[in-house]
Design a protein around this ligand. Structure first.
Ligand code: NAP
Ligand code: ZN
Ligand code: ZN
Length: 347
């Protein structure tokens, strides 16, 4: 079997380092992608450190993958060698269940094949992610990336982009809506850019005063410092929609108080521990507390096309693969502006 270079973690407590892995031969419906860049998502840290349980090692993380196609199978219709391509959080699903038929492969009833820390649909072959120089994926799970966008900065669209675009669309964000974005990291900064591009009046809700100027540059109209209790009084009852991207445990009840009557808060962040929610935080005002997981393949393409049309990419810090352990440490401190992207030619 063809081999590939990768960066992997052998266990939950060791640093990531080089590993040689196998990638399958290009099948009739597959494409092979030479990976140029891969974004670093906080979900990589949760899984590398086994914070959600059930992690599989060795693990090659990475689900914000962009590069160029170097080979296509005999039956591939949508791509040719030389095309730019992207791969996000999924590489396959059953394709026949009710969710898959609704273009919601992320909710596949059989369980989608996630890009890493999972298995192919045979439930045996482990999947390895994008901290690697190549990947082989069925074309049904490969996205077209516009030549107009800066390629490295487009990588985070494959997870941070779709994860924030999907709930904004689901909750019908439109011109003039008041949207609050909680947490200014990888997801948060994409939520600000996308909500602003959809015409919303965006407020950044952050623990970091030092990020205020950036929040405004990214498109936020207002900034609320959440370490100051007065912010929760000033903004009470304000928002139609709150997008919560915080990666660590925090009090949802406080943020629910910022919603208008019948407003909705969507959880995107996945803190390892649960947080209690008081019924009265929802009942008074018929509010909705919701969640959202990435987005389907069709919607991911729609998001990439929207970003190409509006010239939207991530604000990134491009680093050599060897600095990924340091990047994780910085992300744990909220020190990210606003997505680390690994340059795969350094592998
Ligand atoms: P990130 O870049 O590390 O940003 C997280 C931000 O949350 C930080 O920059 C910080 O923003 C804030 N924060 C961190 N710790 C905090 C704390 N203790 N209290 C309050 N605020 C805190 O992470 P990310 O890549 O955007 O991912 C965020 C979360 O979304 C992770 O849990 C990740 O696993 C999850 N995720 C979910 C999906 C999905 O499909 N639902 C997809 C991708 C990622 P401030 O400095 O502005 O306060
Ligand atoms: Zn992610
Ligand atoms: Zn399915």
């Amino acid at each position: 079997m063809p081999t590939a270079k990768a960066f992997a973690t052998p266990s939950a407590i060791e640093p990531l380092g080089p590993l040689q892995i196998e990638r399958r031969e290009v099948g009739p419906h597959d494409v092979r992608i030479e990976i140029a860049f891969c974004g670093v998502c906080h979900s990589d840290i949760h899984q590398v450190r086994n914070e959600w349980g059930g992690s599989i090692y060795p693990m090659v993380p990475g689900h914000e993958i962009v590069g160029r196609i170097t080979a296509v199978g005999a039956h591939v219709k949508g791509f040719k060698a030389g095309d730019l391509a992207g791969v996000g959080c999924m590489v396959d699903s059953c394709r026949t269940c009710a969710s898959c038929k609704r273009d919601l492969e992320q909710f596949c009833e059989k369980g989608a094949a996630f890009t890493y820390n999972g298995t192919e649909m045979d439930r045996k072959t482990p999947t390895f992610g994008g901290y690697s120089d190549s990947v082989v994926v069925d074309e049904a799970f490969v996205l077209h990336v516009s030549e107009k966008l800066d390629l490295a900065a487009a990588a985070p669209l494959l997870c941070a982009g779709i994860t924030t675009y999907s709930p904004l669309r689901h909750w019908n964000t439109k011109k003039g809506d008041k949207v609050g974005v909680v947490g200014l990291g990888g997801l948060g900064h994409m939520a600000v850019k996308l909500a602003a591009a959809m015409g919303a009046e965006v407020t950044m809700l952050s623990t970091s005063k030092s990020k205020e100027a950036d929040a405004r540059r990214l498109g936020a109209h207002h900034f609320g410092l959440t370490s100051d209790e007065a912010t929760f009084k000033q903004l009470a009852g304000r928002f139609d929609l709150i997008i919560d991207t915080i990666s660590a445990p925090h009090d949802y009840n406080k943020y629910l108080g910022l919603l208008r009557v019948e407003g909705a808060m969507v959880l995107l962040g996945v803190p390892p521990e649960p947080t209690p929610v008081a019924a009265h935080a929802l009942i008074g005002g018929r509010k909705t507390l919701s969640g959202s997981l990435i987005g389907g393949i069709k919607e991911t393409q729609e998001m990439l096309d929207f970003c190409a049309e509006h010239g939207i990419v991530s604000d990134i810090e491009l680093i050599p693969v060897q600095q990924v352990n340091e990047a994780y440490t910085r992300m744990m401190k909220g020190d990210v502006r606003y997505r680390f992207v690994l340059d795969m030619k350094t592998l």
